[in-house]
Design a protein around this ligand. Structure first.
Ligand SMILES: *Cc1c(COP(=O)(O)O)cnc(C)c1O
Length: 239
């Protein structure tokens, strides 16, 4: 068998080590792209992880976290705000309209706004909570039927719609098709962002965050490279 590259999860043993290693790779990718390392935010994806993993990440200074289910995120984080007032929680999974208020109560940023009806629900929740809500528009760059996200050709209209409803649209998010090169999808997301005057690009995961940084990612969402493989299989169902 040919020697394979070392598995970062095995060779460095603690979450703190892996966070440091991923931060080094983020910084290196930024420098290669002639960008500032500080311009790329590492979002640590803690879905399915046990409390110990969260605690280790917090102890290592990590403060920006991504979760893909509202209920699990509540269980993970609701009791931790007191000790960590500087937490930034980002919803990166599909959101049902009937959970919009819960999501607005918990998350600083909702990255998965992908339809007008959800924009209405988030705007209503924002009114009720008496505060502005920050969102990203999720774009289904591969036009995959099973995947969440607005189609690329409908993105401009949804951005306008969300802005008209008073939501703070900070940028765009995408999850490229698993079986295609990610670069063209990242490039498409950047193009849609530019023509709409949007600064934030949430793109890139454990397998492709360096590529995403090359294409302008401002936020990379990294789970397994920090915490190891997840036990719960991925599902596409809405929380
Ligand atoms: C799980 C998840 C990630 C993290 O994936 P890894 O490959 O484990 O880094 C990133 N983004 C979204 C939307 C996810 O659901």
């Amino acid at each position: 068998m040919a020697p394979s590259s070392p598995d970062p999860v095995r060779t460095s043993s603690t979450v703190a080590d892996r966070i440091a290693a991923v931060r080094r790779r983020v910084a290196e990718a930024a420098r290669t792209a002639v960008r500032e390392p500080d311009d790329v935010v590492l979002t640590a994806v803690t879905k399915t992880q046990p409390d110990e993993a969260l605690l280790e990440a917090l102890a290592a200074g990590q403060r920006v976290f991504g979760e893909n289910r509202v209920q699990e995120a509540q269980a993970h984080w609701t009791g931790r705000r007191g000790d960590h007032p500087d937490l930034e929680l980002r919803l990166i999974g599909p959101l049902q309209t009937n959970k919009a208020a819960d999501a607005v109560a918990l998350f600083e940023v909702i990255e998965t706004l992908d339809r007008p009806k959800l924009a209405e629900a988030l705007a209503a929740a924002a009114d009720k909570a008496g505060r502005a809500v920050r969102v990203l528009i999720q774009v289904n760059t591969g036009a995959e039927p099973q995947k969440a996200g607005i189609l690329p050709e409908q993105a401009d209209a949804l951005i306008r719609h969300a802005r008209d409803r008073g939501l703070i649209v900070e940028g765009l998010m995408c999850i490229p098709p698993a079986d295609e090169a990610a670069g063209p999808h990242f490039a498409l997301l950047r193009k849609i962002a530019r023509r709409n005057g949007l600064k934030v690009l949430s793109m890139g995961m454990s397998g492709d965050f360096e590529t995403a940084i090359r294409f302008g990612a401002t936020h990379v969402r990294v789970g397994s490279a920090l915490f190891g493989e997840r036990k719960r299989p991925e599902t596409s169902s809405r929380d």
